[in-house]
Ligand binder design. Structure first.
Ligand code: BGC
Length: 689
């Protein structure tokens, strides 16, 4: 019962299945974070909605929409007799180019943890279990099944465990998946400190722990450490576990505990009764659109956007045809359709230059072959970069003459099993993309026409060397099945971008906390790394850029709008166990819009080192009409101001003056206040390793 069945039989395309024993039914488990991953048979293909990738869900900074997405995925899972959804992905964007970052939320544990908690609540409201993964410190794909992550206890607790701690304490998931990697020398799936002491005794997790698929190297150690279900499982493990029991290595209490957890999970995830099943793909398509709409991030706009209906648009780049709905690997799924950028624009009130777009369409077919697009939309094939500058300068001049505006689409894929590269064509533009931007900008600008770059990408790319050449940059991430429709509406201002970056866009690779030192990534030895040292320690993401004065291209929390917001009337009230931060956000521009107000705290450095500031709360406003005000109130528990002191094995709130920084991004701080903590507060941890 505590070993999965191996290859699942019940639901086509599911990730795994438990064993039925006597009257105890088997349950099915499937991925994943962007939509229910299910396939079908030759006779019948089963479709599920492709929602925006989690990196885009995090860009919404809207827990309600993320909860609604979770609920919709839960409904779809239930419809297909799936009891456990293998999501959310909760690893930290420590390394900006980790191949699975698109499946994870953020470089910040508070944002990631809160998004995950909302997602979990949504999924579980339907009676399907959510499974935060991969626990923990699985922040790269290079040698992911064996890599040994070397990380200090302070960084582990403040950054990597923190995201899970928030999700578990506030989302209360019924299941959790370990990671593949080792943590300071021991596989996470065989680490009792992690799976029992921290997870259960300290945080009170009461769900089931499963391994990642084929993780670790010893099922006996796994069950002893606190794993309840070995996935996907194999018949080989059963005699291995029985032998261990016979020889007293495994105690009956271990087996009983694991079996009990499996039974509890089966009990919690009752199958849908007749009449209870709902599959409303139309309503979920609408939700996928709304979620993507809130996650669009406007990086630059010098007045080029929004466009008026009837604007003639010349679209450059193969991404208009080979639009990426999601990344690859277990984090993708099969929707009934994907609206490409080209299809979305053609169906909108914009007028697309069809001759130019056909050139790109035919070029993609000619270079990739006719089967390619089908495979691409099913995420079965990795689109290697191909040339983007396929029209001559004279032709670009012709398109500039007869259109009002240029759109240049840049795409970047990413996926499970490999990390993105610090190379042209990945982190950097390749030569053909750079040339395309140069030529299009010069020909359109010569005629007083604007150039807009659309980024359909899985993670950050270098922008600093080319962004001054263009007029606007719209980041649509991997937006799911409604991609083209969302883009068209954002260009037309029917969607007013309200997404904010959940990560930092660095100016250059050498500026990143992991790029400045080759020991940090991908680990050592360089060719085939056995370990990776988290040498930036607690200085992950903006904590690094802000503390060490490294200027990013676009900072954490950044995102523009077609309107403008002002912040007013800050009041900071310190109460017994919490600090209440109150202020008003006013829409002072001309468009209705939503703002993400962020609260950062700058703590005093007494004995412990501290990052310059840390996100401690945020609120996305409702849609504010021009002139409208929203009063925001954010409560920050004083305990959440603590740093982890490894010497004392305790969370410590140091005494002194705490600065409260309220703003529109981590660097666009509009209001500053403060409060004082008079005495040191110490919270000891239970799980001492
Ligand atoms: C991935 C998990 C996934 C599982 C089942 C593993 O390779 O790391 O994220 O849930 O496969 O598909």
């Amino acid at each position: 019962m505590i070993v999965g069945v191996g290859v699942p039989r019940e639901v086509p395309g599911a990730g795994g299945e438990t064993r039925s024993v006597g009257a105890i039914r088997a349950i099915s488990l499937t991925d994943g974070p962007s939509g229910v991953r299910i396939e079908g048979t030759a006779e019948k293909w089963y479709y599920a909605t492709a929602f925006p990738a989690p990196i885009m869900l995090a860009s919404t900074w809207n827990p309600d929409i993320v909860e609604a997405v979770g609920r919709a995925m839960g409904e779809e899972a239930k419809y297909y007799n799936i009891s456990v959804l293998l999501a959310p992905g909760l690893n930290i964007h420590r390394h900006p180019l980790c191949g699975r970052n698109f499946e994870y939320y953020s470089e910040d544990p508070l944002l990631a943890g809160m998004m995950a908690a909302s997602f979990i609540r949504g999924v579980q409201s339907t009676g399907v279990a959510a499974t935060p993964k991969h626990f923990v410190a699985n922040d790269q794909e290079t040698n992911r099944t064996t890599i040994d992550t070397i990380v200090s206890e302070r960084a582990l607790r403040e950054i990597y465990l923190k995201a899970f701690e928030i999700a578990i304490k506030t989302g209360r998931p019924w299941a959790l998946m370990t990671s593949y990697n080792k943590l300071n020398g021991k596989y996470t799936s065989q680490n009792e400190w992690l799976l029992t002491k921290v997870l259960r005794e300290e945080w009170g997790f009461d769900g089931l722990v499963m391994t990642d698929w084929g993780a670790g190297d010893n099922p006996v150690e796994q069950i002893k450490a606190g794993v309840d279900l070995i996935m996907p499982g194999s018949d080989e493990f059963i005699p291995w576990l029985l032998e261990a029991y016979k020889h007293g290595v495994l105690h009956i209490s271990h087996i009983d505990r694991a079996a009990r957890r499996v039974l509890e999970l089966i009990e919690r995830t009752r199958p849908a009764r007749e009449g209870e099943k709902r599959l409303d793909l139309e309503a979920h398509a609408k939700l996928a659109y709304e979620a993507a709409a809130e996650g669009v991030v406007l990086l630059k706009n010098n007045g080029a956007l929004p466009l008026k209906p009837g604007t003639k648009v010349a679209v450059f780049g193969t991404g208009q045809v080979e639009t990426l709905k999601s990344g690859m690997g277990s984090g993708h799924n099969h929707p009934p359709y994907t609206i490409t950028i080209l299809d979305g624009l053609k169906a909108s009130d914009l007028v697309v230059d069809e001759e130019l777009s056909s050139k790109y369409y035919n070029y993609v077919l000619q270079v990739r072959g006719s089967e390619f697009l089908n495979k691409l939309y099913k995420c079965e094939i990795k689109p290697e970069p191909i040339r983007q500058d396929i029209v001559s300068e004279e032709e670009v001049a012709k398109y500039a003459e007869r259109n009002d505006v240029a759109l240049v689409v840049i795409t970047r894929i990413s996926g499970e099993g490999w990390d993105r590269r610090v190379e042209k064509g990945d982190f950097y533009l390749d030569d053909s993309e750079a040339r395309l931007i140069d030529v299009v900008s010069s020909k359109f600008h010569e005629r007083g026409k604007r150039v807009i770059v659309v980024l359909n990408i899985a993670g950050p790319i270098e922008v600093a060397s080319w962004r001054d050449k263009v007029d606007a940059i719209l980041l649509i991430w991997l937006p799911g099945q409604e991609a083209g429709r969302v883009l068209a509406d954002a260009l037309l201002g029917r969607i007013n971008p309200s997404g904010k970056l959940p990560i930092t866009f660095p100016k250059d690779w050498k500026d990143t906390p992991v790029g400045r030192d080759p020991r940090c990534y991908p680990g050592l030895p360089a060719e085939n790394p056995r370990y990776v040292v988290y040498c930036e320690d607690i200085y992950v993401g903006y904590r690094y850029y802000d503390t060490f004065d490294v200027e990013p291209a676009y900072e954490f929390g950044y995102g523009l709008s077609y309107t403008k917001f002002e912040y007013r009337n800050l009041v900071v009230e310190k109460r017994d166990v919490e600090v209440v931060v109150k202020f008003d956000v006013v829409n002072v521009g001309a468009y209705p819009g939503k703002e993400v107000a962020q609260v950062y705290i700058r703590a005093p450095r007494v004995k412990l080192e501290k990052p310059f500031q840390e996100l401690k709360g945020f609120k996305k406003t409702r849609l504010l009409q021009p002139g409208e005000v929203e009063h925001v109130e954010i409560k920050i528990p004083i305990r959440e101001l603590a740093s982890y002191d490894p010497a004392r094995r305790a969370w410590v709130v140091e005494p002194g003056l705490y600065q409260v920084r309220v703003g529109s991004s981590s660097r666009d701080v509009r209001l500053v206040g403060s409060f004082t903590v008079d005495q040191e507060l110490v919270f000891h941890v239970v799980a001492v390793s």
